[in-house]
Write a protein that binds this ligand. Structure first.
Ligand SMILES: Nc1ncnc2c1ncn2[C@@H]1O[C@H](COP(=O)(O)OP(=O)(O)OP(=O)(O)O)[C@@H](O)[C@H]1O
Length: 362
């Protein structure tokens, strides 16, 4: 049987990208169509390697070929991706900047930022992480890099800082430049300059996602980062207690102010429930249930999920190897799911911002 490229595109135009609500052909996601007798191969170019709908889309493509052309065709689908972007992030080579923020301190914002960065990298994305938490930088401990000093060189009178690479991602922390035993005596303008240098003076190379761990609350660093770089979106981390939720609401309020206007990618609830290691199916909602989801609803943002309170999260963080990299499969999977949902929201926002046209560049 002789099939044509037109027939293939026609069949695949019946497959809708579930998040973007347009068909794969219109979105230019079908590429490299090869036909050899009854053998057909093509690529589906997703908007992120972290796409949680990958399997579903592949199946839908196979079904469309079988249904609209013939079930006799031998189909090879190459699922690939090209991460989208919508604006110049102000950092050369960086496609998307994700700010991780919380209202209150100690809710697990740095834990989420580190595992989000590693979770995205685990899918094959190019990822960087900036720890801009000047008052309590956590990256040096969480990545086993205490005492590390990034290389810095002078090029035409400008400093170039080389991010440190660990577990497949590029890292810079304000903690690499300060003494962990001394309080940081910097005032507003010095803090702003230091944080901006982490973005501007570093060789980040090509990155799909640059995750930024902000300090808790709302302050100088938030204003500096949000006003100096077009942030793709912010992820809000909270715990279920009312005090944390009230502070998270204030933080969101600041990010949504007209002069700042950072899109909120969603809310993540950390320490939602306790799970004993020996009974991984049991969930005890010791701090109450549903607060994070309610906050998300209130601010009109997606709820990205609940993270368990488990010993392996704090132990792995203290041991310099965040939990997504460890043997705790259950917890690691929950963090990875949330990383996929963050990537999914970015893809949706980017597609919306560009009017769904030419989602994947030709
Ligand atoms: N889901 C969790 N289960 C168990 N321990 C957790 C969990 N999330 C965070 N922790 C632990 O709680 C402590 C605080 O977490 P983390 O440093 O990530 O919070 P933070 O919000 O970034 O704090 P800061 O206000 O200092 O920036 C750490 O010891 C961390 O390992």
């Amino acid at each position: 049987m002789q099939i044509t490229k037109e027939q293939v595109l026609q069949a695949l135009s019946h497959v809708e990208e579930p998040d973007l609500k347009k068909d794969l052909v219109t979105l230019n996601m079908i590429q490299d169509v090869h036909i050899d007798g009854n053998k057909l191969a093509f690529s589906v170019v997703l908007t992120t390697p972290a796409c949680p709908l990958k399997g579903l889309i592949e199946n839908a493509c196979r079904n469309a070929i079988s249904h609209f052309i013939s079930s006799e065709i031998e189909v090879t689908v190459n699922m690939t991706s090209q991460v989208t972007t919508q604006k110049n992030t102000g950092v050369p080579g960086v496609k998307n900047i994700i700010a991780v923020a919380s209202g209150k301190g100690g809710v697990g914002k740095s834990t989420v930022a580190a595992n989000l960065a590693l979770g995205l990298a685990a899918t094959g994305a190019q990822v960087g992480l900036i720890d801009a938490d000047i008052y309590g930088p956590s990256v040096p401990i969480m990545f086993g890099l205490e005492g590390a000093r990034p290389n810095a060189t002078q090029e035409n009178g400008k400093t170039r800082i080389e991010p440190i690479e660990k577990y497949g991602i590029k890292l810079l922390s304000i903690g690499f430049f300060t003494d962990p035993n001394q309080p940081v005596p910097w005032r507003g303008p010095m803090v702003s300059t230091a944080v901006k240098q982490l973005f501007n003076d570093a060789d980040w190379g090509e990155l799909d996602y640059l995750v930024v761990d902000l300090p808790p609350g709302t302050g100088d660093i938030h204003i500096t980062v949000t006003q100096s770089f077009p942030i793709t979106g912010a992820v809000i981390v909270t715990t279920p207690q009312n005090v944390a939720l009230a502070d998270a609401k204030k933080g969101v309020g600041m990010l949504m102010m007209e002069s700042i206007n950072v899109p909120i990618l969603g809310v993540i609830e950390n320490m939602s429930y306790f799970t004993p290691a020996e009974l991984p199916e049991n969930k005890y909602y010791i701090f109450g249930q549903g607060g994070g989801a309610k906050l998300a609803e209130l601010i009109g943002a997606p709820f990205l999920g609940e993270l368990p309170l488990v010993k392996s999260v704090s132990e792995s963080g203290d041991a310099g190897k965040p939990v997504v990299l460890t043997e705790d499969g259950v917890t690691s999977a929950v963090f990875k799911d949330i990383a996929e949902r963050v990537a999914q929201q970015i893809s949706i926002n980017n597609a919306k911002a560009t009017g769904y046209a030419d989602v994947i560049n030709r």
